[in-house]
Design a protein around this ligand. Sequence first.
Ligand code: GLC
Length: 564
Amino acid sequence: MPGLNRGVQSPDAWWRKGVIYQIYPRSFQDSNGDGIGDLNGIRQRLSYVAALGVDAIWISPFFPSPMADFGYDVADYCDVDPCFGTLADFDALMAEAKALGLRVVLDLVPNHTSDRHPWFLQSRSSRNDLKRDWYLWRDPAPDDGPPNNWLSNFGGPAWTLDPLTGQYYAHMFLKEQPDLNWRHPEVRRAMFDAMRFWLRRGVDGFRVDAIYHLIKDEYFRDNPLDPAFVPGADPAHRLLPRYTVDLPGVQAIVSEMRRVLDEFGSPESSRLLIAEVYLPLHQLMNYYGLDAAGVLRGAQLPFNFHLIGATWQAQVVDQLVREYEAELPPGASPNWVLGNHDKSRIASRVGVRGARLAAMLLLTLRGTPTLYYGDELGMADVPMQTNEVQDPFEKREPGRGLGRDPERTPMPWQGDEANAGFTTGRPWLRLSRDCATLAVDRQLADARSMLQLYRRLLALRRQSRSLHEGAWTPLGVSGNVLMYARGEGSHRLVVLLNFGAESAAVAVQPLRDSLASPLHFWLSTRQDREGAVADSVVLRPEEGVILGVAAGDVMVADTASATT
Ligand code: GLC
């Protein structure tokens, strides 16, 4: 019954223990040879995703769009863009995902629409139109310039003059992405109805794009200069976003969205709200929506991106995890993210060996991990020549290293096929030169590949309660080695991660806590010493290990049942 489970969060909710896998649909699998990935392509590859061992997929936008920002400019919230397929294809994808036990999370883009969305076409048609106030229109400044100094995240002013009516409209991103006015009740209603459209089709939740941007200052005050701005950095960071992000009123909208989701879920199978929020920890925590009665009414998972920017050192990561854990509101579930379609890939940020360590970190921390497609293969950023650039951010701010094409390149499936099996046509973005080596089929045939490491980590996480729901106990840092334990008693696991480029000896005896039995290697990022007794551990450069009491069949995950 609608509304019955408001605010209720079962400790067993799937998203608390599960792992989410992000699919950028243009780049996952093309099924019709046009060089662009599509929904049928995703459907064909669902068995791979299920066998990988994740619980849910989050699909970046596939709605009708002029593709100025590759789908983050939505022209119709309740349909599928022809380049990705049809609603019937979506329903088939949903059905197959359910059959494989996979949850499906969609990307909701509520901050802005496309400038071709009928709402905006109507809004811009006249100052008196009924939808005029659905967007943010302002008169020019006395000098005829923009109404204030707000900057677009993609460079330049956040205002564009519309000559027809002589007013400027606000856009925090491209001028093709006008911002909606979320103070308007009809805007809220329309967006919530779009959510219901997909919830009725069975989706398990939404990752909500740019949610902390939804409310802007009602007086449209200028943003202050950021005194820490370094010339040459992302020009949008010249100003502090005081009047454009995380304003009072945003939390109420997050809770309203949550209530829409709760109309459909049940405590056992709640629908999930993930919030895209790039904010310092203390502000991020507000997005859990803890109310005066101690109930969490906001997003179940406000994305925690703090590992993405963190300096890759044991001490820094240790500090980050402690601070994050300490700031969590009571009952809130932690979550961790290593990368996404907007950020340089982990293998490029920390190197391939470092990426193995990062995988072990991500999948052994407490809380829901989100994987970015292809990171399980060790895909790195693919540099683009000027004539190959697709991303509007790179086109507007060339050469600053801000472009996002490098982390969005197609997934390699079969090493021996053209375009590694991604498409029979011309791929919309070039694949990496080493795509054959990285391809899924090659890595499945290699017991020590990155893919096998991910599969083992995911299998261990699923099998071991300590990993998917156990306590997290920091054990400090020894030199370059980050140490923590998961779970308790005989189920206690010890994780040792050597961030250094040198070998490092760690005394295991003090880490055993009350455990009487010796610790064994459950898994090494090198996948070559599982099962051995770990009396004294010498970690090799950038090696990570999971240690635990020998426990028969859970000790080494099964890697035999691989499928592509
Ligand atoms: C989010 C998306 C990004 C997009 C932007 C505007 O940050 O992740 O890809 O360009 O919002 O919608």
